[in-house]
Design a protein around this ligand. Sequence first.
Ligand SMILES: [Zn+2]
Length: 155
Amino acid sequence: MRLIVRSSAIHAAGVFTLEPISKGTIVVEYTGTLMTHDDADSLYNNRPYTYLFGVGDGTNVIDGYGMAMYLNHSCAPNCETEEDEDERIWIRAIRDIEPGEELVYDYFLYDGEGDAPCTCGAENCRGSMYSPKELRKRRRLARQQSGNIRQQVRH
Ligand SMILES: [Zn+2]
């Protein structure tokens, strides 16, 4: 598969294909170092950008290097990720992709710090790279926190 990294309208750099890719094709592996989530936390404490990919039950992450870590997030992706039984992550085309198109998948971020605004420009953009489930959790926590504050003010 001939892929290149070049500047992207979505964010800094992205991965583009030089050849057509058929739906269902495995495009590239998310290569990197397998480490525990805790080790990654201490390694990347306060770092705004990381290339961590959660695998298995979430205990482990892949600290990405290589081509796949340059794929950008989109809320209207043309690729998706899948994990095999060895906790390896593969990126697969979910539709036919034309030469020159940027390869993107939905990051479904979770457990991060701060906002992760999305600038993918898709019609159905949810405005964040966090997963819908994570966004619901964050909204719930925000409500609980504001509830606590009101309680403290009353006392
Ligand atoms: Zn988006």
